[in-house]
Design a protein around this ligand. Structure first.
Ligand SMILES: Cc1ncc(COP(=O)(O)O)c(C=O)c1O
Length: 490
């Protein structure tokens, strides 16, 4: 049986192939695969929005029977290629998405007549920098927004999101998080955790409320219908991707529905969308469906793995003016911000490449889900074409040691720092210890292949990025080998 309309034959055929580093093997059928596990029902753990399945635990990787009783089990490499063969139709779906988004980005470049003169760059204030202005305009068009700031001065996604929130919220206002608890690094921005005196939103007199997720980790639509307090709720904040929560990524249709429900209660509420990891996973973006502001990082999807840093905020022109005043200073505004020509060129080129690199990451994620599922682990989204494309694939590894072993194996197969053994540790912005496998060219660039997660129940590693899915094939070989070694030791 295959989820993808493929018969088991393709898997058998793939097992006959000779793969790099492995000898040709005799054809042999695979045993029945473990049954599909879907995150059904929910069990909310004591801290934060973490969603565990109600399914019983499956056997660990080293116990999973792949291959029939008489035959030799398939090597890890063979299992990976068998998965890849079965994923051909899924990869083809991804290619269609990529093509639609390449068309969209190219059209924006054409409409704004992007040429080499836009790569000259600027210094100091950067007044009159044609390239920066054109980049903002291209970003706005691609994001379905009136205006945008795509700037190197944003340090990260958290910085872009914080800039947008501080731009809109004023003392006495309320911020409502619509899709459960926001990403970990937002806690210090909002003020639910952090250092007193650092000026969180709550310290500035903004109140904060959170709408808990409903069934299956989705937005609680019934609760949302009455959640807005007109005149008080100023921002309704929606996080598109799962972040470090074991919940599904929101679809653009979900975001559209949420915007409509929110605006029906009070049209003046500003809907902000944390779009980190969401860009180019659909053909529409949050501002296309009515969001007022969308924010993200250029070392994630829209930087195409080559932007050396930066972030963006796109949305309503009046609000983008406020965000610029917050990012720089009131009075300096949108027309400043020096940026070197080298950086500008990588921003343009990265944005053009972004649909493709996002597509590679989506394929890598499907490979992760397919393989880990066959080995008996819970992967979200589950194998196959997901309901919503997600840049992040969560894998429940059930223990700290499992997370460490997985990340160790990934790191070994990264181009940079392959000699490093990742350990859980304290990281700025995070409340829990976090482990990162990210042997990337650009520091912290999770658009390049990466796997990371907070060390807390239910011990989930979040896999994302990858400039090419075949790197995931290699990385998974490292991760599963490392997991098997750890399981054998315990
Ligand atoms: C959904 C989401 N929002 C925000 C962030 C924070 O982004 P950054 O690490 O660039 O600050 C992340 C990071 O992974 C995320 O997953």
């Amino acid at each position: 049986m295959s989820l993808l309309g493929h018969t088991v034959n393709s898997r058998v055929l793939s097992a006959q192939r000779s793969h790099a580093g492995s000898l040709p093997v005799a054809p042999r059928p695979l045993a029945a695969q473990p049954r599909l596990i879907v995150a059904r029902g929910e069990r909310r753990s004591a801290n934060r929005s973490k969603w565990a399945t109600l399914e019983p635990p499956m056997p660990a990787a080293d116990q999973a029977p792949l291959g029939d009783a008489q035959a030799q089990p398939l090597s890890v490499s063979e299992q990976i290629w068998a998965c890849a063969d079965d994923l051909t139709p899924v990869f083809s779906e991804v290619d269609r998405l990529v093509a639609a988004n390449v068309r969209k980005v190219q059209r924006a470049f054409r409409d704004h007549r992007i040429g080499p003169h836009h790569f000259a760059g600027s210094t100091g204030y950067g007044h009159g920098d044609l390239g920066r202005e054109a980049l903002d305009a291209v970003c706005a068009q691609v994001m379905g927004a009136e205006a945008a700031l795509m700037r190197v001065q944003f340090v990260s996604g958290t910085h872009a999101i914080a800039s947008a929130l501080y731009a809109v919220l004023r003392p006495g206002d309320e911020m409502l998080a619509v899709a459960g608890h926001p990403y970990d690094t937002m806690e210090e921005v909002i003020g639910t955790r952090g250092t007193p005196g650092h000026g969180s939103l709550m310290e500035w007199g903004v109140s904060y409320r959170e709408l808990a997720l409903g069934a299956e980790g989705r937005i609680d639509w019934e609760a949302l219908k009455t959640a807005i307090v007109p005149g008080k709720t100023r921002v309704a904040h929606i996080q598109r991707s799962c972040g470090y929560a074991l919940r599904p990524t929101l679809s653009i249709e979900d975001i559209e529905k949420a915007v409509q429900i929110i605006k029906a209660q009070d049209p003046s509420v500003v809907v902000t969308v944390d779009n980190c990891y969401g860009e180019f996973t659909d053909t529409r973006e949050p501002c296309d469906v009515g969001a007022d502001l969308a924010m993200g990082s250029l070392i994630k999807n829209p930087g195409g793995t080559i932007a050396p840093g930066g972030g963006y905020v796109a949305g309503r022109a009046d609000l983008i003016g406020r965000v610029a005043a917050r990012l720089y200073a009131p009075g300096i505004g949108i027309d400043a911000g020096g940026v070197s020509g080298t950086t500008l060129r990588t921003f343009f080129q990265g944005l053009f490449l972004a649909p493709q690199t996002t597509g590679e990451a989506l394929k890598g994620g499907r490979l992760v889900a397919e393989l880990l599922h066959r080995l008996g682990y819970v992967a979200i989204p589950a194998p196959g074409v997901p309901e919503v494309w997600s840049m992040i694939t969560a894998v429940q590894l059930r223990s700290r040691e499992g997370m460490q072993a997985f990340c160790r194996g990934i790191q070994k197969t990264c181009p940079i720092g392959s000699y490093i053994s990742p350990e859980p540790g304290v990281t700025a912005g995070y409340g829990d210890e976090v482990i990162f496998a990210d042997g990337t060219f650009i520091d912290g660039s999770t658009a390049e292949l990466s796997a990371d997660g907070p060390i807390r129940e239910p011990y989930v590693v979040y896999c994302q990025g990858g400039t090419h899915w075949t790197h995931w094939a290699l990385a998974l070989e490292g991760a599963i080998t490392s997991l098997n070694e750890a399981n054998a030791r315990n």
